[in-house]
Design a protein around this ligand. Structure first.
Ligand code: FES
Length: 366
């Protein structure tokens, strides 16, 4: 910078300090430019920016290539799946440590030592002179920070902060890359978030099945398998899945499949709703087992009053009112599954749930 401009800026800074009632008690550079002391002070700043850049790039790579799809325990790949979120958090955390470490070291080791005392001043629009002073102050700060004079700082800051910011942006945008509304590869239209595993495709019946110790064993349910006032957890089953271990297991792990088959006691009063007519089979009703608050399994049961309880945040659903929430944070009823009984006496679903399962579409895997 030309000497005249330098003097003019110093003069403006001094005027600005006086006009703002600022007393500069201390203002001195920490190191003379170009000395080895200055180079030593810069080193940790550059190292922290490098950490921010490397960890940010690792977070982006991890997010894109690491296997993230759900793998049940004891299956190959379960350890990798389990490590997905902790490792992603670790890379992002290191990247943020890099950013803040660089900024803290820059302020403590590189910027001039400054102690200033400023009086309060009245609020209102700034005068032309004050604006000029502000510009001079910002330019002076840019020079002192070293971004302008020491271009290596500017580049390190640009790369470190840029990559760290990009890692956060990639993760934010990544969830929108694959549209959850598009038909999926295996079951086409039935794979969209509008449908669960109970969605009947190609006219094939979807039976109610209970889970046993062996996921490949198929145990269907008939009326009479539960006592009045009792309930059972049920999952969908199609004859085309019989003998296919992979599909029989997948059905049990899909997030929106679990449902509760409930049998009312004889003579119990259930609220009548014309829009739900024909969805029950006598005293038997089926509702989603997934809480509409945050998606826990609603698996506690108050038998005397026909209420299902969610153990996570204590929402209660009244089965006498079609699983309407009557206590706790859940705001929507558990969706109902329409059922009937086929000619062999087994329960089957005549359609999909009456509404979205769980808290939101976005958290359900395809
Ligand atoms: S997840 Fe059920 S009450 Fe919160």
């Amino acid at each position: 910078m030309a000497g005249g401009q330098d003097e003019r800026r110093s003069e403006l800074l001094r005027q600005g300090a006086e006009a703002d009632g600022v007393e500069l008690v201390e203002y001195e550079s920490r190191h003379r430019p170009g000395t080895s002391a200055e180079r030593r002070a810069r080193r940790p700043v550059l190292l922290f920016w490098a950490l921010a850049a490397v960890a940010g790039a690792a977070a982006i790579a991890h997010y894109i290539v690491w296997p993230w799809k759900y793998v049940p325990p004891q299956e190959p790949g379960y350890a990798l799946y389990q490590a997905y979120t902790p490792l992603l958090g670790m890379w992002l955390g290191l990247s943020l440590i890099g950013v803040f470490g660089a900024l803290i070291n820059h302020v403590r080791r590189v910027l001039p030592k400054e102690t200033a005392v400023q009086q309060r001043h009245p609020t209102g629009p700034s005068s032309e002179e004050n604006r000029e002073i502000f510009v001079a102050t910002v330019e002076d700060a840019a020079d002192n920070v070293g971004i302008r004079r020491r271009s290596v700082f500017g580049r390190a800051m640009g790369i470190g902060a840029g990559v760290a910011g990009a890692s956060v942006a990639v993760i934010g945008v990544g969830g929108f890359v694959e549209s959850p509304w598009q038909p999926g590869p295996r079951r086409g239209e039935a794979d969209t978030l509008w449908h669960t595993g109970w969605y009947p495709e190609d006219g094939e019946k979807v039976y109610l099945r209970i889970e046993t110790a062996d996921p490949e064993q198929v145990a269907l349910v008939r009326p009479g398998d539960i006592d009045p006032g009792g309930l059972l957890a049920v999952f969908p089953f199609r004859e085309s899945e019989r003998g296919n271990p992979q599909q029989l297991k997948e059905v049990l792990s899909r997030a929106d499949n679990p449902a509760t088959l409930f049998r009312f006691r004889p003579g119990e009063r259930v609220e009548y709703r014309p829009d739900r007519a024909g969805m029950n089979y006598g005293d038997y009703y089926v509702f989603s087992r997934i809480c509409t608050h945050l998606g826990c399994a609603v698996n506690l049961w108050e038998k005397q009053v026909n209420r299902l309880l969610c153990p996570c945040h204590q929402s209660q659903f009244d089965l006498n009112q079609y699983a309407k929430p009557i206590f706790g944070p859940a705001a929507r009823p558990l969706p109902q599954l329409p059922i009937s009984v086929d000619e062999s006496g087994f329960f089957y679903a005549t359609g999909d749930f009456t509404g979205p399962v769980g808290p939101t579409f976005w958290e359900l895997p395809k």
